[in-house]
Write a protein that binds this ligand. Structure first.
Ligand code: EPZ
Length: 418
């Protein structure tokens, strides 16, 4: 086991380059299964979730070669099974994309019920509803989801709740289905558009990604492509919050500023300096931080994955802020950890009331999930004294080279074995 030890109180300065988007890459890599030729994917973040996906696909017969540290060549044409190892698929949420891709390509798949962050109830009913609408039968037994289809046929699928995973999974299943599939009330996150662009680069016919109606016309064959994953919106937001919390001056490079708008707008409202220069965003101190109210919403609303980070920042602002979590029913567990450091937060259902404090104080804390872990990094960097973060495997799932990036900005962090 390992932990992070942070000596806080340093002001972060300099520049940091954002990696490829985790939540796009974890869908694009399984989507290569659909292709009848090898594909090259660039800007793949080297994080634990990607390592697991690569292990799952290679166990199934895919040939995988790293052309450089973030570029991977995947040849999924020799896959010899449609059943995935329980050991790996149960460890991450996005393994569910293998189901949509396999069902589309081979008409069958079975995977373990997916794992991932514990954010409360994480059902898959909408994924299943979508597969069934396309003509598949889906069963859950023995801890597995088993999907079968003679031939998938396009249909209209209305999502009762806006779901990133269901939108992508149904898109994957529909790519080779006969005729037209229309997904209504689709999610609009940047990674949905990225996955659609990737599919189209292989010859798929996906239109409307980024709006709430996506139309997919099935095609028979998909051809080789060379594709680069978009930058990670949430990793960028994490470094923006680190800069703002420590009162530093940090340029976050390799971002798509449009994707960052819900975050930059909130930081500006809090009196954080935000300057956009092409594909870089400079974050700098303007004065004391102001309170703000936040409601998490599907894109283009404020992202739920930034909620633990903005709560940490609001803990250091003047006044009392209200944060409403509208996506997940249990995403405030980490506030118990922040409270150990001196934050004043009270939770009532899906509402957090955050009373700003003068300072946070170093303490042993847990990374209760991925973004909660990122929030602990921010809190540790700003806190007086030493913070020790345990359960850091959560952070490994989504942040590439986090120690190197923080150290390059002047933070003091070490990863040590325990
Ligand atoms: C994706 O999870 C992300 N994960 C999550 O990021 C992110 O928090 C979430 O989208 C929302 O933006 C990946 O992309 C791998 P959803 P996903 O389906 O797809 C309900 C991170 O930190 N729902 O959009 O699993 C569900 O309960 C992770 O990087 C159903 O009711 O989320 C939730 O309330 C954590 N039935 C809402 O929809 C379903 O079948 C949104 O979930 C599916 C979802």
């Amino acid at each position: 086991m390992e932990k992070y030890v942070i000596h806080g109180g340093k002001v972060l300065n300099g520049s940091v380059t954002v990696s490829g988007a985790k939540n796009a890459a974890v869908a694009i890599i399984p989507a290569v299964v659909l292709c009848d030729e090898p594909c090259i994917i660039e800007n793949v973040p080297m994080i634990r979730d990607i390592e697991i996906l690569i292990k799952i696909l290679s166990e199934m017969g895919a040939e995988i070669e790293f052309l450089d540290k973030n570029t991977v060549k995947l040849d999924c044409t020799k896959i010899h099974t449609t059943s995935c190892s329980y050991e790996y698929t149960s460890k991450m949420r996005a393994s569910y994309y293998i189901l949509g891709a396999m069902l589309s390509k081979y008409g069958q798949a079975d995977i373990a019920l997916p794992g991932g962050c514990n954010l409360g109830n994480r059902p898959m009913d909408l994924h299943i509803k979508g597969f069934e609408k396309l003509g598949a039968t889906v069963e859950i037994k023995g801890g597995k989801i088993i999907a079968r289809a003679e031939a998938l046929k396009g249909n209209n699928v209305f999502l009762d709740t806006v779901s990133v995973g269901a939108t992508i999974n149904i898109m994957l299943a529909a790519v080779k289905a006969e005729g037209l599939t229309v997904i209504e009330n689709a999610a609009k996150e940047p990674h949905i558009v990225d996955v659609a662009n990737f599919l189209n680069s292989m010859g798929a016919n996906v239109k409307g990604a980024g709006t709430d109606v996506i139309r997919i016309k099935g095609v028979e064959k998909l051809k080789a492509t060379h594709y680069s994953v978009i930058p990670d919106q949430i990793e960028a937001g994490t470094y923006m919050v680190m800069a703002a919390a420590t009162g530093g001056d940090v340029t976050v490079k390799n971002v798509i500023p449009k994707h960052m708008e819900p975050i930059t707008a909130k930081l500006r409202e809090m009196n954080v300096g935000v300057e956009i220069n092409g594909d870089a965003i400079r974050i700098f101190k303007k004065g004391p931080l102001n309170k703000a109210n936040v409601k998490t919403m599907p894109y283009p609303g404020f992202p739920t994955d930034m909620q633990p980070l903005i709560v940490t920042l609001l803990s250091l602002a003047n006044g009392v802020s209200t944060v409403i979590e509208n996506v997940w029913d249990s995403r405030f567990k980490y506030t118990e950890e922040l409270k150990k450091m001196g934050a004043k937060i009270s939770i009532n259902g899906n509402v957090a009331i955050v009373e700003g404090v003068e300072a946070l104080y170093g303490s042993p804390v847990l990374a209760t999930d991925l973004r909660a872990g990122a929030a602990m990094l921010v809190a540790g960097l700003v806190a007086e004294g030493k913070t020790e973060i345990m359960d850091i495997y959560h952070i490994d799932r989504g942040y590439e080279k986090v120690v190197d990036k923080i150290e390059a900005l002047g933070g003091t962090i070490r990863r040590i074995s325990i």
